[in-house]
Design a protein around this ligand. Structure first.
Ligand code: FNR
Length: 190
């Protein structure tokens, strides 16, 4: 298996200042296996609602172009998101809708891992399967297992420090990152 360094980017589905999912995303660089670096993509906050007329008249929003370029040059993407109403947040779906229209669609063939966390008991499980369905259309290569669903995430963090502190959660994330590293190397070696 090649030991080429892997550059991973995270796409965050929450805009909230005190977001638990942002805490998860921030924990990842320290949990990555050897040879993997993890950086945050720009926020999806300022992306306008998808509008084909806007696309035709003004082209792609600068944030979408930047996201597409950063995803294209990355070896993999980790989507870190809450569940909203048993699905993914509208802002994240909107960002994906824009990305899906970019020529040389950046998620095609791209290894993707999914991490959902929510205050509910099952940690955004229903969102995961909606996201997986969307990623089928985008032809992404989605890691199957281990899944990461951070249930009752509010009990696993230090709110003041803005950090995940529960050891089992950190270990689970580290295991998924190690599996993602192996998966990317398997996928890239065909
Ligand atoms: C939620 N939340 C939620 N939780 C869940 O487990 N299943 C759900 O379907 C929903 N639906 C939902 C809809 C909307 C509009 C909001 C604002 C919230 C609760 C959610 O898990 C909680 O607010 C998380 O803290 C959001 O993640 P961040 O922002 O902390 O990363």
């Amino acid at each position: 298996m090649s030991d080429k360094p892997l550059k991973i980017v995270t796409l965050l589905g929450s805009l909230r200042q005190g977001s638990y999912n942002a805490m998860i995303a921030r924990a990842l660089p320290q949990l990555a296996p050897e040879g993997m670096t993890i950086d945050a993509l720009p926020s999806i906050r300022d992306i306008p609602l998808y509008d084909a007329d806007l696309q035709q008249e003004e082209g792609f929003p600068a944030t979408v172009d930047t996201l597409a370029a950063r995803i294209r040059e990355a070896d993999g993407v980790i989507i870190v998101t809450p569940e909203y109403n048993y699905s993914l947040p509208g802002g994240l779906k909107n960002a994906i809708d824009w990305l899906s229209r970019v020529p040389n669609q950046p998620l095609a063939g791209k290894p993707v891992a999914i991490q959902t966390s929510s205050m509910g008991a099952i940690g955004g499980a229903r969102c995961q399967y909606h996201l997986r369905q969307i990623l089928v259309f985008l032809d992404a290569m989605v890691l199957n297992k281990p899944e990461f669903m951070g249930g009752a995430i509010q009990n696993k963090v230090d709110e003041q420090a803005g950090k995940v502190i529960e050891q089992g959660t950190l270990e689970h994330l580290a295991k998924q990152l190690a599996a993602f590293s192996d998966f990317i190397r398997r996928v890239s070696e065909g």
